[in-house]
Design a protein around this ligand. Structure first.
Ligand code: HXC
Length: 258
């Protein structure tokens, strides 16, 4: 598929996916989400890709779902199309790690898209918010669910009910982002994190992603059992033998994803 609203570059085992609707602050419309889901699915299928980075522009990661597009929709249309349900589910099925590099606005669907990634690295200019309430609607792709799990009820209610923005420092304190870096260093630091992940065994990386995500779905005892069995299963891999042998022999492991 040729893309018009995103740019994809694959280098050194990292797929860098850049949202590219600068005139609309990367607002998410049907075309962008279709292209994004396609690019993510292609990155999952591409053996050369070991980690994915999703980013926007310096001013905006994404300022939300496209309000101009949505303003013309009826209930029947959004319900029948399941607006944004299919594309976000596709992105959610990607088993490779996805890091969101967020600079500037990550609002509404933009904040939700960042939360759909595995973790968020924010520039010191990042601003997060769920301002849908100002439009007479509410969050629709995770702003009341993933945000509540990430930062707790008090702050999630505050963000969703008042529509206020959270700066990078508050977002880090609250647990929404994993780290803050100066705006100029955002891509360098994020690509370095992606490169670190790309060095690991893809078997452990995918299993870790599955296990952490599982913690949101099941009770603790079930989650712990799931984790322990996955851990046990790794002793069937060559990468476990290699990783542990390399430690004992004081050398760098050569993982082969087997
Ligand atoms: C469509 C958008 C947009 C959006 C910005 N633009 N956000 N277009 N949808 N979500 C467009 C503007 O109309 C404008 O285009 C251009 O981008 C630049 O934006 P400005 O407003 O001029 O920039 P600025 O004054 O710097 O303000 C930035 C901003 C503001 C604070 C981010 O744009 C803003 O409040 N945007 C809307 C944020 C929002 O409400 N997001 C939630 C959307 S609902 P023109 O052509 O006029 O120059 C949502 C639902 C998710 O996300 C659930 C889905 C299922």
């Amino acid at each position: 598929m040729a893309y018009e609203t995103i740019i994809v570059e694959i280098e050194d085992h990292i797929a860098l996916v850049k949202l590219n609707r600068p005139d609309a602050l990367n607002a998410l419309n049907a075309q962008l989400l279709t292209e994004l889901a396609d690019a993510m699915t292609a990155a999952q299928a591409n053996d050369k890709v070991r980690c994915i980075v999703l980013t926007g522009s310096e001013k905006a990661f994404a300022a939300g779902a496209d309000i101009k597009m949505m303003s013309e929709k009826s209930y029947t249309e959004v319900f029948t199309e399941d607006l944004f349900g299919g594309e976000t589910a596709e992105i959610g099925r990607v088993r490779k790690p996805i890091i969101a590099a967020v600079s500037g606005y990550a609002l509404g669907g933009g904040c939700e898209l960042a939360m759909l990634c595995d973790f968020i690295i924010a520039s010191d200019t990042a601003k997060f918010g769920q301002p849908e309430v100002n439009l007479g609607v509410m969050a629709g792709i995770g702003g009341t669910q993933r945000l509540t799990r990430a930062i707790g009820k008090a702050k999630a209610m505050d963000m969703n009910l008042t529509g206020r923005f959270m700066d990078a420092e508050e977002a880090e304190r609250a647990g929404l982002v994993s780290r803050i870096v100066p705006a100029k260093k955002l891509m360098e630091e994020t690509m370095a994190a992606a490169a670190k992940i790309a060095e690991k065994s893809m078997i452990s990386v995918s299993a870790i992603k599955e296990a952490v995500n599982r913690s949101f779905e099941v009770p603790l005892a079930e989650g712990l059992l799931f984790e322990r069995r996955l851990f046990h299963s790794m002793f069937a891999t060559e990468d476990q033998k290699e990783g542990m042998a390399a430690f004992v022999e004081k050398r760098t492991p050569q993982f082969r994803d087997r």
